[in-house]
Design a binder for this molecule. Structure first.
Ligand code: 13P
Length: 250
């Protein structure tokens, strides 16, 4: 059985005080949820204060991106060991905003995935098609290429420490969620592809999250799908009441 994972990606929101207040509320409603994982990815500047609040809780901490190198001349980057030193256990990698706005390509994303894994972080590897790609019926081709390139060189063992997040670009921040059928279809495709690339039991154990306008109203039906193992939540993760409802999905 795959343990559900609900992750909140705060993107470039919250200053240190706002982050402190938000995590304090979330920490309270996440207490005692022992059949699922909850993870927060605040902006780097707030990692340490959020980590302090989470000290005695089971809520996991992640960075929103990570460099492949431990240290060096990489202005603007955060290293895997820095993330770990502040209490982080995971990094989001390959988010569509990184791909589209900052032109991170599959090769760079692959380096980040391998770097995170090498230093013992869980990689939350994001993929997703644009609206144009979906409308021209290229969804599966695009996703397969992102997966094969982004996960190149990832061993079976490391794949079990990797989470795949399917985030259709057209559903991010638009209020337009993929239907549960659309999401399930893609998740099943991803799992089948992973079974071709790895062993079947590895593919069965990898958690595949859905992201894109997940909210308190649609989380239950998404989570009821057999291949949806969790959610990567943006906007609705910035309000304690909606995120608390989401992590308490039925
Ligand atoms: P929204 O939930 O705001 O659509 O964002 C999704 C996302 O990009 C999470 O990483």
């Amino acid at each position: 059985m795959r343990r559900p994972l609900i992750a909140g990606n705060w993107k470039m929101h919250t200053n240190i005080l706002e982050a402190y207040l938000l995590v304090s509320e979330i920490g309270k409603c996440a207490a005692g949820l022992d059949d699922r994982d909850v993870l927060l990815a605040p902006p780097n500047v707030a990692l340490s204060s959020v980590s302090r609040v989470l000290q005695d809780s089971d809520v996991l901490l992640a960075s929103q991106n990570v460099c492949w190198a431990e240290k060096g001349a990489f202005t603007g980057e955060i290293s895997p060991t820095m993330v770990k030193a502040v209490g982080g256990v995971a990094s989001i990698i390959g988010h569509s905003e990184r791909r589209q706005i900052f032109h991170e390509d599959d090769e760079m994303i692959n380096k980040r995935v391998l770097g995170a894994l090498k230093f013992g972080l869980m990689a939350i590897f994001c993929i997703g098609e644009t609206l144009e790609e979906r409308e021209s019926e290229n969804t599966f081709e695009v996703l397969e290429s992102q997966i094969r390139q982004g996960l190149a060189g990832v061993s079976s063992e490391d794949m079990q420490k990797t989470v795949v997040a399917y985030e259709p670009v057209w559903a991010i921040g638009t209020g337009k969620t993929a239907t549960k059928e659309q999401a399930q279809e893609v998740h099943a495709f991803i799992r089948k592809l992973l079974a071709e690339m790895y062993e079947k039991d590895v593919a069965e154990s990898v958690r595949i999250l859905y992201g894109g306008s997940v909210n308190a109203e649609n989380v239950d039906e998404l989570m009821a799908q057999p291949d949806i193992d969790g959610a990567l939540v943006g906007g609705a993760a910035l309000k304690a009441d909606s995120f608390c409802r989401i992590i308490n999905f039925n």
